[in-house]
Design a binder for this molecule. Structure first.
Ligand code: SF4
Length: 485
């Protein structure tokens, strides 16, 4: 049985976030798929945390663990390297995704690797690793079912935990019938899963190497913790003779004791499961006398802008993220437009703060605006990242007249016209006489201004034009006998 596997990360979508959102809002099946999935995930998470006080205590503990680790990040990274090296794991440092890709390619070339099985890894998506390896003659097959589906479709993940959540079983059935030899069209989920399993089992057995991500790395012991539900992560990291793990430098915790509270938060927040089916803890390659496991394990530590994020105490809180996806499951914007609208590896609320910091505000400056600041993400985040505060900060950084060094591309959204409008607004509000004259003029004639008049049109094209009250607040207050001094 063979399958036609594409190695691209999905074509980038054109236009701004707003333009892509309009297209998504018109896509009824897409909206139905997301609504159904998000409703289910929210209900499952709520069922896992019936006691608000327990949840609050656990979230505080999770946030404290990650904060403590981040406070000592440089030291802990060195400790991790020393422990891993002592355990026989080879550690590599990569400043950029290009460097990380070349390190992985170098390892594979040294071992004559031709085929690779991959466990789920968002960092490898960030690196566009599959496409890079494909360009160099190495075929990487996704082994997580969701990732396998979107690899067949040539798409990007639309969710960081459930990458193909935008597809329903009919769409997946059609995809399998098209790409998997001998597979008929069906919407039977068990049959579809069995078809993928048949293809992937052979690939596990044939693979020269396995690639995985890392959920948590323990500096104290040099342990790589990997959680998953399908067993594909365990097969990818134990069956092939070579294992390469890729990890963002922020995925670090201090001690093994930090892992249980984080495991009590991650699956319950992500999929509403009490625990994942598999919790893998990798501490070394196969040891003398052991019957399985890879002969060689490598760990690639990726920076890709994280050091810059780390340098700013407020923005650093972004790096606490444990990639549970709860923020997107609860986000009213994400639930309506879906993950591909963000045109980024990390969609939803975490993507709205992480992507502009990594890619630059000049490249992804519209993402922090794709939020109503309703705070739903902040209320569910298991490590209490103040996403709304960071969104506001990024909006401010984007329009700073002189670029700050805190965020890549800061100041890229500054325009003379917007800056002049705000300066005028400030001046008007600082002059009581002018302010009253202006507000009275609007009360008298504001409703006569055509909704289609630029620049008002930018607002009224997607919202109703505000109705001006016939009397100003000052006039109403004076009527009530308040001092108008
Ligand atoms: S920001 Fe919080 S809720 Fe969102 S993925 Fe990260 S840890 Fe989960």
């Amino acid at each position: 049985m063979t399958a036609d596997v594409q190695t691209g990360a999905g074509a980038p979508k054109a236009g701004s976030f707003a333009e892509r959102a309009h297209l998504a809002l018109d896509d009824k099946p897409l909206r139905a798929n997301f609504r159904r999935a998000m409703d289910g995930l929210m209900a499952k998470r709520a069922a896992q945390f019936p006691d608000a006080a327990d949840l609050a205590a656990l979230r505080a503990r999770g946030a404290a663990i990650k904060e403590r680790a981040l406070a000592r990040l440089p030291d802990l990274l060195e400790q991790l390297e020393a422990r891993c090296t002592g355990n026989g794991i080879k550690v590599h440092w990569a400043e950029t995704t290009d460097e990380a890709n070349r390190i992985v390619l170098g390892i594979f070339r040294e071992h004559g690797v031709k085929t690779v099985v991959k466990g789920k890894s968002m960092v490898s998506e960030e690196m566009h690793l599959n496409a890079f390896l494909g360009e160099h003659g190495i075929q990487a097959i996704e082994s997580d079912l969701g990732e396998y589906i979107i690899q067949l479709a040539g798409e990007m993940p639309s969710h960081i935990v459930m990458p193909c959540i935008h597809k329903n079983k009919g769409q997946i059935g059609a995809l399998f019938a098209e790409h998997i030899e001998g597979q008929r069209y069906t919407e039977d989920v068990d049959e579809l899963t069995a078809a993928a399993r048949r293809v992937l089992r052979d690939r596990f057995a044939e693979a020269d190497a396995g690639i995985s991500g890392v959920n948590f790395a323990v500096a104290e012991t040099g342990t790589l913790v990997l959680v998953e539900n399908e067993g594909n992560g365990r097969l990818s990291t134990t069956l092939p003779p070579l294992h390469v793990a890729v990890m963002g430098i922020e995925k670090l915790v201090e001690t093994l004791d930090d892992i249980p509270p984080l495991l009590a938060l991650l699956p319950r927040s992500a999929t509403g499961q009490p625990i994942t089916t598999y919790v893998n803890m990798i501490t070394s390659p196969r040891r003398e006398g052991e019957k399985d496991g890879p002969r060689e394990v490598h760990l690639v530590l990726l920076d890709n802008g994280r050091t810059r994020v780390y340098a700013d105490p407020e923005l650093r809180e972004t790096l606490r993220c444990i990639r549970c996806g709860a923020c997107m499951n609860h986000c009213p914007v994400y639930a309506r437009v879906g993950g591909h609208t963000y045109d980024a590896v990390y969609p939803g609320p975490i993507g709205k703060i992480l992507t502009p910091q990594i890619a630059g505000l000049d490249a992804a400056g519209d993402l922090p605006h794709a939020s109503s600041l309703c705070n739903a993400c902040v209320e569910v985040c298991p490590v209490k990242i103040p996403i709304a505060d960071i969104l506001v900060r990024l909006r401010r950084e984007a329009v700073r007249p002189s670029a700050s060094n805190a965020v890549k591309g800061a100041g890229g959204g500054w325009t003379l016209s917007e800056s002049s409008a705000w300066a005028g607004w400030k001046w008007l509000h600082a002059n009581p006489v002018l302010y009253r004259l202006g507000s009275r003029a609007l009360a008298l004639a504001g409703n006569l201004i055509p909704a289609g008049l630029p620049p008002l049109k930018a607002w009224t094209s997607v919202r109703s034009k505000p109705k001006f009250a016939p009397r100003t607040l000052h006039q109403l207050a004076r009527d009530k006998g308040f001092d108008d001094a």
